[in-house]
Design a protein around this ligand. Structure first.
Ligand SMILES: Nc1nc2c([nH]c(=O)n2[C@H]2C[C@H](O)[C@@H](COP(=O)(O)OP(=O)(O)OP(=O)(O)O)O2)c(=O)[nH]1
Length: 127
């Protein structure tokens, strides 16, 4: 099981979305930025670390949204999504090809990593 955490960062009704870079699993699909948990790390700690490493910004975790298992051909991912806000700095692009702040109602228009779809649906229901 590959444990992964993703940040649903909200600002004024928009959500921060990132497009996975080339040469990785699920390249070219949109995701909630984050990554794999390291040993002995909580989901919250992993997410704060990943946002600093990949986007050079500091986030504040507000609440857990959901945990879902998704079987891919390379293994099963257990994705936990956490609702967050930006605390310090603006996200800077590094490993991803593109980043966007998207209105919640427009989230379904992006091509999402399959494991992210239940979180997108949850956000739409909470509108
Ligand atoms: N970060 C992230 N990964 C996701 C999401 N949805 C989803 O299926 N995944 C999958 C893609 C990858 O197989 C795995 C996360 O790997 P990653 O490549 O982002 O993690 P990482 O930065 O720790 O990885 P690494 O390249 O250092 O090994 O989870 C999502 O919303 N965010």
């Amino acid at each position: 099981m590959i444990k992964v955490v993703g940040a649903v960062i909200e600002k004024e009704g928009r959500i921060f979305c990132a497009k996975r870079g080339p040469g990785k699993a699920l390249a070219g699909l949109w995701e909630f930025p984050g990554g794999k948990l390291e040993d002995d790390e909580t989901a919250e700690e992993a997410l704060v670390r990943e946002m600093e490493e990949e986007f050079s910004c500091r986030i504040l975790v507000k609440e857990k949204l959901l945990t879902i298992k998704h079987p891919y051909d390379f293994g099963t991912v257990e994705l936990t999504t956490l609702l967050c806000e930006l605390n310090e700095g603006e996200p800077q692009l590094s490993e991803h090809t593109e980043m966007r702040w998207v209105n919640i109602s427009e989230l379904p228009e992006l091509g999402w990593a399959p494991a992210d779809v239940p979180t997108v649906e949850l956000l739409l229901r909470r509108l």
